[in-house]
Ligand binder design. Structure first.
Ligand SMILES: Nc1nc2c(ncn2[C@@H]2O[C@H](COP(=O)(O)OP(=O)(O)OP(=O)(O)O)[C@@H](O)[C@H]2O)c(=O)[nH]1
Length: 335
């Protein structure tokens, strides 16, 4: 009886919270135009060496979640690195690599650190619970599982995870263009600088500015100016494929690209291909001093990172080269 009452209260409480949380999430998702969130079901990975335990949890979640399974810690790690789920239900006791080890490793890797881990265990001692939480687990669920309890806890943690993902996206994305914003660029720059410094590789920066954009706004209006900025951003973004390259909106009509492990020559070639790609778009700009279409000027600089003061100097060098490109008549690359 007590269990039934508890479960009824739990269901009601969860439903109320979830309605509010979902409304907030949908609002955030629409702000970030996050179609992926609006259209998909939450993804759960169940990790247990006993198939019967996986089946029990699968039946609880299969209706409204995408459920994946792994029968060992190693397989779970591989899955999470390839396609990070929204939540992990992780058995503690497994041969070879136990759940605590899996969780510790997930938390050490940037790609998987944010995945919430809920431990599911037959052990019921406080020592194990605290070890699980210290390893980075969010919650601790006892076997045999109570379907209502596990459903409620999973819902709460998935909601928090999705909120976290959406807020992160809002904080690091430029809303007009959908590109990385300056904050995001600064983080990536820091990371790639240290990476290239460690391995003695060259790092290149492209500073990009739309030519005569004041005249564009004056002639076509600010709103059309925004459309133009978004089109230029999409074209620049399409020019980069390597996972560690970053294209960001740096300021008003200025963009910055970070090319990790890239020599000056390759960065210049990339800049030239970006100029051509924008020209190929043939976005009308009849008041431009350059021609009757939108064009770019690009400053390029590269260095093998040394001490950390050089970090600002590399961006400044690309900016100076941008000025040279403007002075030389625009629609060109300077290095
Ligand atoms: N529509 C729109 N315009 C912006 C935005 N941010 C900055 N701008 C405009 O970009 C223009 C930049 O003008 P300037 O710095 O004079 O440069 P420019 O006209 O491109 O001239 P050059 O760089 O010398 O070719 C200004 O008119 C800004 O108002 C934005 O978010 N939307």
């Amino acid at each position: 009886m007590a269990a039934r009452i508890t479960n009824a209260i739990l269901r009601k409480h969860t439903a109320a919270n979830t309605d509010t949380d979902m409304a907030t999430l949908k609002y955030l998702a629409s702000l970030t135009n996050n179609q992926e969130f609006l259209s998909r079901r939450p993804r759960i990975l169940i990790v247990d060496d006993q198939v019967i335990n996986i089946q029990t949890l699968y039946q609880i979640f299969a209706d409204d979640h995408e459920v994946f399974m792994a029968t060992s810690g190693q397989k779970a790690l591989e899955f999470c690195r390839q396609t990070p789920p929204d939540l992990l239900l992780l058995d503690v006791m497994m041969p070879e690599m136990d759940g605590l080890e899996v969780c510790t490793r997930l938390k050490q890797e940037e790609l998987t650190a944010d995945i919430p881990v809920l431990f599911v265990t037959a052990q019921n001692d406080a020592g194990e619970e605290s070890r699980a939480l210290l390893a980075g687990g969010m919650d601790f669920i006892s076997k045999p599982v109570n379907p209502d309890v596990v459903r409620a806890r999973v819902k709460t943690h998935i909601t928090l995870k999705l909120q976290h993902d959406l807020l992160k996206k809002l904080v690091f994305t430029d809303p007009l263009t959908g590109l990385a914003n300056r904050r995001s660029f600064d983080n990536s720059y820091d990371k790639e600088w240290r990476h290239c410094q460690r391995y003695g590789k060259s790092l290149a920066i492209l500073m990009i500015d739309i030519d005569c954009f004041k005249q564009y706004n004056d002639h076509y209006g600010h709103q059309q100016g925004d459309v133009c900025l978004a089109a230029v951003a999409a074209c620049l973004d399409a020019g980069f494929r390597r996972p560690h390259d970053v294209v960001a909106r740096y300021g008003g009509e200025e963009f910055i690209c970070l090319m990790s492990e890239c020599e000056l020559g390759a960065a210049i070639s990339k800049a030239e291909s970006l100029l051509e790609a924008i020209v190929a778009q043939a976005i009308p700009h009849i008041t431009s001093k350059v021609g009757e279409i939108v064009t770019l000027s690009i400053g390029v600089a590269a260095t093998v990172p040394g001490n950390s003061e050089d970090r600002a100097a590399l961006v400044a060098a690309a900016d100076e080269k941008l000025y040279v490109a403007k002075q030389a008549g625009r629609n060109r690359v300077a290095s």
